[in-house]
Structures are given as C-alpha cells and as structure tokens.
Design a protein around this ligand. Sequence first.
Ligand code: FAD
Length: 330
Amino acid sequence: MSAFDVMSDTELYQPVTVEDAVVLASRLAENAWLVAGGQDTYGWLKDRAKNTQAMIELSRIPELSGIKRSASGIEIGATTTLTEIANSKLIQQLIPLLGEAAQHVASPQIRNVGSIAGNIAQDTRCWYYRRGLSCYRAGGNLCYADTPEGMNREHCLFGASRCVAVSPSDTAPALVALGATIVIADSSGNHTIAAEDFFVGPDIDITRMNILKPGQIIVSIHIPADPEINVRHYFEKVADRNVWDFALVNIAVSLEMQAGKITKARFVCAGVDCKPYRLKEVERYCENKAAGSETAEGAARLAAKGAVPLNHNHFKIALMQNLVRRALRG
Ligand SMILES: Cc1cc2nc3c(=O)[nH]c(=O)nc-3n(C[C@H](O)[C@H](O)[C@H](O)COP(=O)(O)OP(=O)(O)OC[C@H]3O[C@@H](n4cnc5c(N)ncnc54)[C@H](O)[C@@H]3O)c2cc1C
C-alpha cells in the first residue's frame, strides 16, 4: 500500500470540560482540528485532501450540549445535534425557522451526529477545492471553477474575490435572519459576535469561511425570541435531491408584523455567496408593506440585483426571485 492510501497518524484528545478544551486548543493551535460530529471533518481526512496532527473531540463535554430558555431567547450549546434542534418543542414554538433549517440538512443519519457549530463552521463544498487541488483557497494561484471550462453550476452569484465557492450551511442563513449571536471561547475568555459577522468572504480571508482562529472554540449560540412580538418565519431549500444534498439556493426569512404590515424584515440566502447573503434591498422594500402577492412581485424583482452569474449558474437568479416571491406569498 502506498503512503498516499494511509491516513496520517493523529493524536486524539477528548476533554470533558470547556476549560480543558480551550487549554488544548490554545496549546496545539494550528496543529489541532476541533471535531464535533465529524461530518465535514472526516470527509477531508478520508479523502486525504487535508490532515492534522491532533484532533480535539468536543462531543464529550456535557456543558457544550443542550437547548435552554434564556432571559431573552434561546441558548443552544455548540455540540447540540441538528436532530435535537429540529425536534425541540422550544425551538418549534419560538424560532421555528431554525428548526426548519436544521430539518433540511442532509439526511437523518447526518443530522443525528452533525452539530450546530459544525454546521456553521463547515468548509465550502467546491469540489475542486475539496479534491485537494491547489486553488486560490488552498494557497495556489487559480480558481478552477472560474475558468471557461470550469464547472460552476453550484458556485456564487455574489461576493466573488478570486474564489467563487459558496457557503453551504442550511442553518447559517436562519441564524443570521434570526439575529443570533455566537459565543466563542479562547485563552483570553469568552467573546460574543453577531452571527452575521461570524462569516467572512474571500476578500477578507480566502483561506477560511469564518472568523475563528486556531485556539478558538464555539461554546454556544444565542437566539433572541420574544413571544410577544408577532414574527413570521419562512424557510425553503432548493437542491437537486430532496435528501442528502446541499442547497443550490436556500432562503431564511423573518418578518416582524404589526397590524398586517411588515415592520422589520430579514431575508438571507445560502448557496449564492461565500457567506450567508442578506437581501438588503428586499428587506428595505418590504418594510411598511403588507405581505402578499403585490409586495412579493416587487420584492422578487430586487432579489438578485447585482448578481454576477458564472457560466453555468444563471438559473440561481430565477431561484432567488422565486424563493423571495414564495416567502412573501406563503
Ligand atoms: C453527504 C453529506 C451531505 C451534507 N448535506 C448538508 C446539507 O444539506 N446542509 C448542510 O448545511 N450541511 C450538509 N452537510 C455538511 C455537514 O457535515 C453537516 O452540516 C454537519 O452539521 C457538520 O457538523 P459536524 O458536527 O459533523 O461537523 P465537524 O466535522 O465535527 O466540524 C465541522 C467544522 O467545524 C469545526 N467545529 C466543529 N465544532 C466546533 C466548535 N464548537 N468550535 C469551533 N469549531 C468547530 C470543525 O473544526 C470543522 O472545521 C453534509 C455533509 C455530508 C457528508
């Protein structure tokens, strides 16, 4: 058997407290890979496209798991599985958007082990990059998807900057639409960041998709929820297959309503940009209008404004427009 066929030796650390995990992550820094459910991680390792000297498994830390009511909403531990989120009565009652998004990830088997933190921190699915080719994102000097022969049906409409890969997460747009915040621990303590600011495009840093640095661990996610406010949620995902497939485009919408009118709107798509993409023009357009067919038509016209399609992904423009239309009619 050639060396190529053998996974490299990896040390495995299984801390049982966040404190120990932070000490390990800080000490091992870029030589360690955090792992929760492993559904993104093991793909990289088994394909030999990336490897690591050490793995820090987070799933044995009880305080990282669970869903609870907080004073201002809901707090979800980082290793809470997508199945737990999809099945949670609390989430169905207060923030059904997130439950819907979690329910649309992959397959039951993957949702049973895949965590919410792993879902938002997962890497892009651009197959050129995942194959280990030396593209810009991997430190090379070419984007294979953005060449005349490049297969870029799944790639971006917005935010390209040398790389045209997209953010694949189904829960990320829901968290941005819900105004969630993410708590990150490192050796200097806990830091809170808005979900929207957690994700970064290739213009900021082409080698990663979020702000996490070596030594940092997502501890929990907080989602504001006030049952007194009338909020309507909508989630829809379009993929080539109904299960076990990433979104071509998905949409997460949160609409605050008063007297039949939209007072605050958040429309966020994945599959169209390297990070969750907020449809800010649509949001502005919808404010102080009633949801319905007329608003839906006007909003749909703005949905993909500014899109720069690649050779094979023009169809995503129509998908975005139709998803916005349906969100406002639905
Ligand atoms: C066949 C297949 C289909 C899929 N389909 C979908 C889909 O339809 N929609 C979708 O959204 N996803 C999909 N996924 C992607 C992904 O595997 C899952 O979404 C899953 O939620 C990832 O979570 P995990 O805990 O298994 O991640 P892991 O592999 O454990 O971690 C993923 C990344 O997050 C980092 N990480 C994990 N936990 C933390 C933490 N607490 N702090 C800091 N960093 C952390 C890891 O270091 C790693 O880089 C699919 C995966 C596969 C294999």
